[in-house]
Design a protein around this ligand. Sequence first.
Ligand SMILES: [Zn+2]
Length: 219
Amino acid sequence: MLLDCGFGSFASYLDHAQASRLDAIVVSHAHGDHSADLDDFLSFAPAWRERPRVIVSYETLSAMTRQPSASDVEVIVVSDGSLVERSTFRVECSSTTHQLATLAVQVTMGGARVVYGADTGPGWRIPSPFLRPDVAILECTLENRDAASSPYHLDAHEVGALAQSLDALRTIVTHVPPHGNALARVDLARRAAPERDFLPAMTGQRIVVGPNFEPDHYR
Ligand SMILES: [Zn+2]
């Protein structure tokens, strides 16, 4: 399951994960840093276990500047509260607070649950089935919120609070801007939620979820 496919994600897939076969791509919303490489994935047959498949809302599909053009694509249109079930995965959707229609998802695969908050401001209401995931992947665009900060993104303190509310076993901190400091954000999130476990997202990072959890070497 690929959660979003923004600028550079297809090259990153080729570099780090080409042996992985996809069941589906979730596109949370139409911003280019979450959706730009969709067509590259859909038209690259070796990436797919069965056939290209995208899970996306009607609003996102309509707002994307590049519509999927590859053939044989299964498009699964979802909205807030949707549940998609196939033999190998289950995806549940929940609207977040962002400039564009955006869906957070919970993915269940192989007995493990991963919650991906996509882009969201602090107002996202967590559905109760999302609680206590094995891993939460949360955006941390801001280090410390100030009066001029976007209400549509989280700062490190809010990531800590959200990880605490989610009761996530582990939280991967992502969506740090190119010149932002991921480790500083992780430190601040840990201070806000000292009993939670936070890891910075890293290119090429591999984390095994479930009973054989492999701690990340950047901790
Ligand atoms: Zn966005």
